[in-house]
Write a protein that binds this ligand. Structure first.
Ligand code: GDP
Length: 139
């Protein structure tokens, strides 16, 4: 998951993480950082032909983000349910995007859309050691 620049700017880090933890997702690691253009472009390379790509990269590099590595059974479904549809106007009531997002672009959070992409995306930001710290925590 990424708490995007608008989410950080709106002081939603705590609120988003609280919802994520309450939904049973385990935080494996997290960090506040500034994305550079190269990383943001690589992260969203699947969208590079889309008309909104430049604007998306501009937005994602406009301020600090929080990158979070999460783990849970059915974690992708759990997180995507919590986040809601890309467009906040189409997101279900009570979802993070419905409650807090400004627009289809500035939508507060990113969530991986499959376990495979989740593994690829977490490897952008974390190594295995960083993600094993929570292994010693009791269930
Ligand atoms: P997600 O998986 O719900 O985040 O949606 P996508 O993978 O389709 O898009 C990635 C991100 O690109 C979204 O979260 C938005 O920030 C942005 N985005 C998606 N569709 C649009 C669009 O139609 N216009 C604009 N300006 N941004 C978009």
């Amino acid at each position: 998951m990424i708490i995007k620049p608008d989410g950080v700017q709106k002081k939603l880090i705590g609120e988003v993480l609280r919802r994520v933890e309450s939904a049973g997702l385990q935080i494996k690691s997290l960090r506040l950082l500034q994305l550079d253009r190269a990383t943001a472009s690589r992260f969203y390379s699947v969208h590079k032909e889309r008309p909104f790509f430049n604007s998306l990269v501009e937005y994602m590099t406009s301020g600090p983000v929080v990158v979070v590595a999460l783990e849970a059974p059915n974690g992708v479904t759990k997180l995507r349910t919590l986040i809601g549809a890309t467009d906040p106007d189409k997101a279900d009531e009570g979802t993070i995007r419905r409650l807090y997002a400004e627009s289809i672009e500035q939508n507060v959070v990113h969530g991986s859309d499959s376990p495979e992409n989740g593994a690829i995306e977490t490897s952008f930001f974390f190594n295995t050691n960083e993600m094993s710290l929570s292994n010693s925590l009791q269930e």
